[in-house]
Design a protein around this ligand. Structure first.
Ligand code: PMP
Length: 338
């Protein structure tokens, strides 16, 4: 009997995302990798699957076990959908900076969500990472996914994201632009593309302007999930081992306001509704493309969907309140248009 044209489970729909050409003012071609079209809605499905499967192989996660992770949301969602499909319990620890939409999505996938205050120093027992580590130790059968220091994170992108981009561009990609959160995406996909290309693909990190990756002072910024900021009382912070700085050729800092403007325009002008870090990455990609020649093929990774931030970046009151929008820049209302 012929096999049916269907996937065996949701797990077959992790990754495998398309590239779409964007209109920019530059001669260089810019292609966006739409990670929101992965089944759980972000690039983090890839690492959710890979980290769980590796933990199963290593005997760290057994049937009846509990997955624990501190996350800005998307990794939790990736882990939660895989946990649901495989029948694991999952507890996700988030800070109260994470959007309501992400928390609701986690709960919809059956995850237990613990919300902790943002901005605590890393050593504080209620910092999401400290709390998650404690919870995993205290729970029988508990396993901490630990995306910041789990080699399966960059590996997922080395094995899937990088090869997809190489195939999709027929080996013509010249620049890769990606945000850096844990560093898994840029380190894994970047390493693969450098290894496979004779012309050595240039790898560019896009970073919220005050984030420490681009030499900022670590002040908080409003783009969720990208970059790295420091608590003012913490003299030093731990850099994730999922980030391999030697793969990154340069880092472009992007101010929140510019990222948000790029992102809101992309939805209105090109029909692509993407998240805040996509605005950061795309703003950096525009700069890279403007400086590159007409033969350049710039691929920019857009990690998740704007639907997760309708109450923030696409909400004019939120934007006005935080000073990201002057009154006259907001979307025309029906009453205004009449
Ligand atoms: N953008 C979004 C929306 C994310 O969820 C993440 C992952 N935290 C990133 C960017 C950064 O990706 P990475 O952790 O692979 O560096």
């Amino acid at each position: 009997m012929d096999a049916m044209d269907a996937y065996e489970s949701a797990l077959g729909l992790v990754g495998g995302t398309p590239l779409v050409r964007l209109r920019t003012g530059s001669a260089a071609a810019v292609y966006a990798k739409l990670e929101y079209l992965s089944i759980g809605g972000s690039t983090k499905d890839r690492i959710g699957l890979r980290m769980i499967e590796q933990a199963e192989k290593d005997g760290l996660l057994r049937p009846g076990g509990t997955i624990v992770e501190a996350t800005s949301g998307n990794t939790g969602i990736g882990l939660a959908l895989v946990a649901a499909e495989k029948g694991y319990r999952i507890v996700v620890v988030v800070s109260d900076r994470v959007s309501d939409e992400k928390v609701d999505t986690l709960r919809a996938f059956g995850a237990e969500v613990v919300v902790k205050p943002a901005g605590l120093p890393r050593q504080h027992p209620d910092h999401p990472m400290s709390f998650a580590a404690h919870l995993a130790r205290a729970t029988p059968g508990g396993w901490l996914a630990n995306q910041y220091d789990n080699p399966a994170n960059p590996e997922a992108h080395y094995l899937t994201t990088g090869p997809e981009i190489w195939r999709q561009t027929r080996g013509r990609v010249t620049h890769l632009v990606s945000c850096i959160g844990t560093g898994g995406t840029i380190s894994g996909a970047g390493r693969y593309l450098k290894e496979v290309s004779e012309h050595s693909v240039e790898v560019i990190g896009a970073d919220p302007a005050s984030s420490v990756y681009s030499g900022g002072d670590g002040r908080p910024y409003f783009i969720e999930a990208a970059g790295h900021f420091l608590h003012p009382d913490t003299a030093e912070d731990v850099w994730p081992t999922s980030y391999h700085p030697e793969v990154v050729d340069r880092i472009v800092p992007v101010a929140d306001r510019e990222a948000l403007d790029t992102l809101r325009r992309l939805a209105r002008e090109q029909g692509l509704l993407v998240g805040g870090s996509s605005g950061t990455a795309l703003t950096a990609a525009h700069r890279v493309a403007a400086d590159a020649g007409p033969e350049a093929v710039v691929v920019v990774i857009l990690p998740d969907s704007g639907r997760q931030y309708l109450s923030k970046y696409f909400n004019d009151s939120w934007m006005l309140r935080l000073g990201f929008l002057d009154g006259d820049e907001s979307a025309p209302r029906v009453a205004d248009a009449a």
